[in-house]
Design a protein around this ligand. Structure first.
Ligand SMILES: NC(=O)c1ccc[n+]([C@@H]2O[C@H](COP(=O)([O-])OP(=O)(O)OC[C@H]3O[C@@H](n4cnc5c(N)ncnc54)[C@H](OP(=O)(O)O)[C@@H]3O)[C@@H](O)[C@H]2O)c1
Length: 311
């Protein structure tokens, strides 16, 4: 490992939960086959090979959600977990409880259906970590009201079916409001703390100060910073706007001059932040595990950061 670089496989505490996780976490959204989101399909066989590689790798933290492929990501993970006889020792698997993707229902009853389906699909009897997922789809009052989604998830936690509860979503002000409730042990922000967007700054500050585990998902802005703006001009699950493509091109050129892959800078921008417990990277190929560990360890000259951050 190059001197001074972070070992992405050395475990650290997951907030105050007592769990230990790696600074890298494998994101399994694209493994649920979501062509409308990522603009490519992932066959079951390719997904299973990747999931087998994940559970044999030194990255021991894995993220999925009930909504990824409307259950397909969890179903595919469940196939491999059954082959392995459960989550292998030392690995931490987290999922998220979701609204009904067809009707939009985000009630306490829907949380029960979501959690029960996750348990069945994954073939486990408890969830080490479960997040309230994308609560921005309904109002804060609906989620937190009597008999609502939050109450049901808290009950699952008191029963031990959910061991640790987090909140995951987009709008930063809203995520901060949920963190301030004081009942979550972890928070996930996505696409808002990258080389292209740093809106999540106040959320990172708040959550870290409160001792939550802080997870930063989608360090590549959903792929443009990994595959490069020419190969994959998509940002936050849509065709990238021209100004984003242009900024990514300029970043790529600056990185190229420094002999650093753009993906390494994008990944390390998140990994090097002391407030972030783990960075969640989406991938759909077995070779990505080794590639990601290598990208995390590419030496980056200190003076590259200010150059990149002013673009
Ligand atoms: N609300 C939430 O809680 C929330 C929201 C968003 C994301 N997440 C989680 O965070 C994870 C990460 O986000 P994301 O998957 O949306 O975006 P991301 O991590 O920014 O980017 C994923 C994309 O990067 C590509 N990639 C990764 N490593 C690569 C490499 N070494 N070379 C070339 N391409 C590479 C993947 O391609 P390949 O398919 O070719 O490997 C995939 O297309 C998700 O999978 C999900 O688990 C959570």
């Amino acid at each position: 490992m190059p001197p001074g670089s972070l070992d992405p496989t050395t475990k650290r505490p997951f907030g105050a939960t007592g769990l230990m996780v790696t600074p890298l976490c494998v994101g399994c959204a694209p493994l649920g086959n979501m062509p409308e989101t990522f603009a490519y399909s992932v066959s079951e066989e390719q997904a299973l090979q990747t999931i087998r590689a994940i559970f044999a790798s030194p990255i021991t933290f894995v993220d999925t959600a009930a909504s990824y492929g409307d259950g397909e990501s969890e179903r595919r993970i469940g196939i491999v977990l059954r082959e392995l006889g459960g989550v292998p020792p030392g690995y931490v698997l987290e999922t998220k409880a979701d609204r009904d993707l067809t009707t939009g229902e985000f009630t306490g009853d829907q949380m029960r259906r979501s959690v029960e389906r996750s348990l069945r699909s994954l073939g486990v009897d408890r969830l080490a970590i479960c997040h309230l997922h994308d609560p921005e789809h309904v109002s804060f009052e609906q989620i937190t009201g009597k008999g609502g989604a939050l109450e049901v998830l808290l009950r699952y936690r008191s029963e031990g079916i959910i061991e640790h509860l987090g909140v995951a979503g987009g709008p930063i002000d809203l995520m901060m409001r949920y963190v301030e409730l004081g009942c979550f042990e972890a928070v996930i922000t996505h696409n808002r703390f990258t080389l292209l967007n740093r809106e999540a700054e106040p959320l990172l500050e708040l959550a870290a100060a409160r001792g939550l585990a802080v997870l930063n998902a989608a360090p590549y802005g959903s792929g443009i910073l990994a595959k490069g703006p020419s190969t994959y001009p998509r940002y936050m699950y849509r065709d990238a706007p021209a100004d984003v493509v242009e900024r990514a091109r300029r970043m790529e050129a600056v990185c190229q001059r420094a002999g650093v892959p753009l993906a390494a800078a994008a990944l390390q921008f998140s990994l090097r932040d002391p407030r972030i417990t783990s960075t969640i990277v989406g991938m759909t190929r077995p070779e990505r595990l080794t590639q990601t560990i290598e990208l995390a360890q590419v030496p980056i000259p200190d003076d590259l950061w200010p150059e990149l951050l002013k673009i």
